[in-house]
Design a protein around this ligand. Sequence first.
Ligand SMILES: NC(=O)C1=CN([C@@H]2O[C@H](COP(=O)(O)OP(=O)(O)OC[C@H]3O[C@@H](n4cnc5c(N)ncnc54)[C@H](O)[C@@H]3O)[C@@H](O)[C@H]2O)C=CC1
Ligand SMILES: CC(C)=CCC[C@@H](C)[C@H]1CC[C@H]2C3=C(CC[C@]12C)[C@@]1(C)CCC(=O)C[C@@H]1CC3
Length: 346
Amino acid sequence: MLSLYPLQSSKRCAVIGGSGFLGRHLVEKLLDKGYTVSVFDIRQSYELPGVTFHQGDLCDKQALLTALQGVSLVFHCASPAPASDDKALFQRVNIQGTQAVLQACTEAGVQKVVLTSSASVVFEGTDIKDGREDLPYAKKPIDYYTQTKIEQEKLVLKACDKEKGLLTVAIRPHGIFGPRDPQLVPILVDTARRGKMKFIIGDGSNLVDFTFVDNVVHGLILAAESLRPESPICGKAYHITNDEPVRFWDFMSDILVGLGYAAPRYHLPYTLVYGLALLLWLLSLLLSPLVAFKPTFTPMRVALAGTHHFYSCSRAKQDMGYKPVVSLKDGIRRTVESYPHLRHGA
Ligand SMILES: NC(=O)C1=CN([C@@H]2O[C@H](COP(=O)(O)OP(=O)(O)OC[C@H]3O[C@@H](n4cnc5c(N)ncnc54)[C@H](O)[C@@H]3O)[C@@H](O)[C@H]2O)C=CC1
Ligand SMILES: CC(C)=CCC[C@@H](C)[C@H]1CC[C@H]2C3=C(CC[C@]12C)[C@@]1(C)CCC(=O)C[C@@H]1CC3
């Protein structure tokens, strides 16, 4: 059996989606740790010594095969942005694209695939407290992003085959934040600048996991380095969080106040805001042939802002010795310092 894994100690890897927020942090850490890295992405967003860029669409198996020559470990971190509502794009990239990635990995002799999945694969818009990995996949996923992340994770875990020499694992982070994040802080600041961050949805006591990007990177690399034929992690999913659930509105307020904006103060009932968001969403659907408008308050966002959703990472602690490397407090400080251009008045 071991002869199937002659390159187990090889430090040559590929990061699919390596131009993105998480992907680039992962690439930088891999370089620090002495890996040789190939990035495969539909766009090139930076240059770094020691990194070879391959620009292409992950649905194109031939393009992938070129990038995967001599690679023994693949991190798959590519996805369309969750904010999009383009069902066809999600299906093409997250489902057909992931099938192409798995086929290319098999043909190129890749031995390990580490997928960045999402803890949201079990979230249906209602409370999850200390959720474990054995929770069932969401029957009614909150959006196309989540729906296709579920299919993607199933495909990757099913492909784990010790006999064929391909080992797979899925990491499920939640609410990734940190320097260069194109989503969380920019959306928050944009909402504040438009004067819409005055309200707390619900009583403000709902606990949520936000995960500093370095902790996710740490979890991904630990998974890759623990992935061996005899390891319990083969073909399984693992929550990776900061392991410090925090009140959603305290986290938002810390970032806002850190950047010089006022924290939200006035409470609105959850059901009222959710109902309004549903109404707006229906209106935007009905009026879409005439005017295109995208409401800030989508039902999905209201659910994320007003419910508990935090997850246990005890499986990752037990099976791969995971422990967060940056605390929430330090993560928030480092994030705030990294956005001088988004400060109030800048
Ligand atoms: N940001 C977050 O809070 C969370 C993210 N995730 C997952 O982490 C992964 C990385 O997310 P982020 O870095 O935040 O997103 P990102 O949008 O910054 O990075 C995604 C990268 O994928 C690339 N990409 C998209 N379509 C592609 C295609 N057809 N072919 C090749 N490359 C393509 C993009 O160009 C981009 O560089 C994703 O799989 C996402 O689902 C999971 C949980 C939370
Ligand atoms: C924990 C988790 C899954 C976070 C993901 C990031 C985004 C979904 C959030 C980042 C900023 C959030 C935000 C709102 C909803 C959720 C986010 C987009 C609101 C739009 C919710 C309603 C408001 O009152 C304003 C909020 C702005 C920030």
